[in-house]
Design a protein around this ligand. Structure first.
Ligand SMILES: *Cc1c(COP(=O)(O)O)cnc(C)c1O
Length: 408
């Protein structure tokens, strides 16, 4: 009856981590969430839970503790506040609850998610200054420090950990150090990074960060979570413009009752408990990073043999998702490529760049190097179908990359 909650998040000696194979006819999702999940994660959803029942409250407590453990909060300075909705709901909740109405945010943007943060702050009526680095340049610690030193009215820095629109892994340690040195507060959108890329609050001083169920922990969509300093949560009382997105209120009610305010995504939480167990079984954040990084390396090497070039040079390339330039050959059509890849069992992701034509392949979810090799073979076959002999990008696209090399 209580299979899920009675099973501790710990590896039994006999069990080892292996990636799931999707059911027949179900494609691999090579996308940055929703992503391919384990069969046992899906199976965990095959029963119903009462939202205020003790069993479900225990699952909520287990989920919060498991996430704080991954965040390295051994001192008990932080707390975890899960919130219904997709990741963007949690970003908005964090911004509206943790930045005072008379606060001023410096947003470090280099893609769609950084821009969404700026847009959200506009809706919330918070003053924002945006450092826009374009599509493929990282915001650096030194420039953050300069901007903060020049404007003492800035209270918060908002950074994106892995900017999923290009796959760039922003130098969050550098940004955190610069923000701390200037005595400001750091808020991080670690949506697509947390759980695989290190984000340990003992090493990266931050006021709060957010992530969601369906990224590197490999759960199914339905909620996100804010991990924040307890002092920040306390100060957030009465600040939010929105009842549903009030992180303080969700925290306060959850601490007093063990329950979510409003209907919780019960099945998603059950799946997440199993996903957390598998995360630990794989060796936690370090184990997951090793698999994702290997996925990326196998993918980039294989695609390189076909002529595909990644947008980013190796230094900034995340283990989360890789952007490839679209081939220059006139017979290449992304729509055909996409359909052909789908026929072969792989859902890839269109590009999200403003300048160059591109597409993306995710390295996260229940996929390993064998899957990545199969992806490369499928790409080769799709190119043959279209009559594209080589996948080399246009020369102009490669010119773009030079700017990135200059930034190193
Ligand atoms: C996935 C993601 C989000 C949230 O997107 P939703 O579609 O709202 O779940 C936010 N930021 C980043 C960097 C992401 O990768």
């Amino acid at each position: 009856m209580h299979r899920v909650i009675d099973r501790p998040i710990a590896a039994s000696p006999a069990e080892t981590f292996t990636c799931a194979v999707p059911a027949k006819g179900e494609p691999y999702l090579l996308t940055p969430g929703p992503l391919t999940t384990a069969l046992s994660t899906k199976e965990a959803m095959l029963r119903d839970w009462g939202s205020w029942d003790g069993d479900f409250r225990a699952m909520t407590a287990q989920l919060r503790a498991g996430l704080l453990e991954i965040a390295g909060d051994t001192a008990g300075d932080y707390d975890c506040v899960p919130l219904q909705g997709s990741g963007s709901y949690c970003v908005e909740a964090m911004l509206g609850s943790l930045i005072p109405r008379d606060g001023h945010a410096l947003v470090l943007a280099n893609g769609a998610y950084g821009k969404r943060i700026a847009t959200t702050l506009g809706y919330l009526g918070r003053t924002a200054t945006v450092l826009d680095k374009g599509d493929y340049l990282p915001p650096r610690g030194a420039e953050v420090e300069r901007l903060l030193a020049a404007d003492s009215s800035i209270t918060h820095v908002v950074a994106v950990h892995c900017e999923t629109s290009s796959g760039i892994l922003n130098p969050i340690e550098e940004i955190a150090a610069a923000t701390a040195k200037q005595g400001r507060k750091l808020l991080i959108d670690s949506m697509s990074a947390f759980g695989a890329v290190p984000l340990d609050v003992r090493q990266i001083p931050c006021e709060a960060f957010v992530s969601s169920a369906n990224k590197c922990i490999e759960g199914v969509p339905g909620f996100g979570f804010v991990i924040a300093r307890k002092s920040a949560l306390q100060e957030a009382k009465g600040r939010s413009h929105s009842l549903a997105l009030d992180v303080y209120d969700q925290w306060d009610v959850m601490n007093r009752t063990g329950q979510w305010r409003f209907t919780p995504p019960t099945h998603t939480v059950a799946a997440f408990i199993e996903a957390l167990r598998l995360h630990k079984l794989e060796g936690g954040q370090a184990g997951r990073l090793a698999r994702y990084a290997n996925n990326r390396d196998v993918l980039v090497a294989g695609m390189g043999k076909l002529g595909f070039e990644p947008l980013l040079n190796a230094r900034w390339r995340s283990p989360i998702i890789v952007t490839f330039f679209a081939p220059a050959h006139p017979s290449f059509r992304f729509e055909r490529f996409y359909e052909s890849m789908k026929q072969q069992g792989f859902i890839i992701y269109p590009g999200k760049l403003t300048v160059a034509d591109s597409f993306r392949i995710g390295c996260i979810g229940q996929v390993d190097e064998h899957v990545m090799r199969a992806v490369v073979r499928a790409c080769a076959s799709s190119l043959r179908e279209m009559g594209v002999p080589g996948a080399e990008p246009p020369a102009a696209a490669l010119e773009e990359r030079k700017a990135l090399a200059d930034a190193d």
